[in-house]
Design a protein around this ligand. Structure first.
Ligand code: G3P
Ligand code: MG
Length: 247
């Protein structure tokens, strides 16, 4: 557990109840009492940071092709689900600040665009959250991106993001002067958890949509979870809704 972290992050903005990585999702997360959201940020061809997960448009929009080869004009004319537009990073940041949500900004560079994406996203994160009561958390699977974030915006906390935690995770954390370790819940070992606890590194796990698994992870000492199932979990308790209503 870590005192400065909410227990739950709405994954990809609003989980599976709203189109992923949209402003509607962030509104929904806030309305359901979530205090933290995670979303993915990538650059358009024009260098504008936008919320989207995939390098290609097909899965989450009615567009086709590569995000990094699409202009702003093309991207902002698309339907990202239920009539939602792909949001600009600036819009998501403003909404998080309005609601006082902790934003986990995942730097999600298209392959080969790691450095430029991190430069832009990290510097804008520092600008958008300047003086904020609830400071954001930057994370990325790209260690190169996190190294840029460390240099561009050292004051913004960083989380190192892994699928499976490698043996050299502590060296990564030290090199990147990172605050937290984020990993795939099913790949987290007790040995890693014990080492993280000893080093004072909070562990955040994605993506947990099953109540029994959430209970187990909190019991094992995980600090926070990313979930798509905003309807299942009570944001500020470790319990899931059916347990809470029982008690
Ligand atoms: O940041 C946690 C999680 O979002 C990482 O996986 O693929 O959903 O971005 P992905
Ligand atoms: Mg993500």
């Amino acid at each position: 557990m870590h005192d400065s972290l909410p227990r739950w992050f709405a994954h990809r903005g609003g989980g599976s109840l709203a189109p992923e990585n949209t402003l509607a999702g962030i509104h929904l997360a806030a309305s359901l009492g979530f205090r933290a959201v995670e979303f993915d940020v990538m650059l358009s061809r024009d260098g504008t940071p936008i919320l989207i997960h995939d390098e290609t448009l097909e899965r989450t929009t009615n567009g086709v092709g590569q995000v990094c080869e699409s202009t702003d004009a093309q991207l902002f004319s698309l339907n990202a689900g239920h009539g939602e537009r792909i949001p600009r990073f600036s819009e998501a940041a403003a909404l998080c600040r309005q609601y006082g949500l902790l934003a986990n900004v995942e730097i999600k560079p298209a392959s080969g665009h790691e450095i430029r994406t991190a430069e832009i996203v990290a510097s804008l994160t520092a600008e958008y959250w300047h003086g904020a009561d609830v400071p954001p958390l930057l994370s990325s699977f790209s260690l190169d991106a996190l190294a840029v974030a460390r240099d561009v915006a050292p004051q913004i906390r960083r989380g190192v993001l892994y699928e499976s935690v490698p043996a050299g995770w502590l060296e990564d954390i030290r090199y990147l002067q990172a605050f937290s370790l984020h990993c795939d819940a099913v790949q987290l070992t007790d040995a890693t958890l014990a080492d993280c606890r000893q080093q004072g590194v909070p562990v955040l796990c994605y993506t947990v949509n099953v109540p029994e698994m959430a209970e187990m992870l909190f019991r094992r000492g995980v600090s926070a979870l990313f979930t798509d199932r905003l309807d299942l979990f009570s944001p500020e308790t470790t319990a899931y809704k059916s347990l809470q209503s029982d008690g």
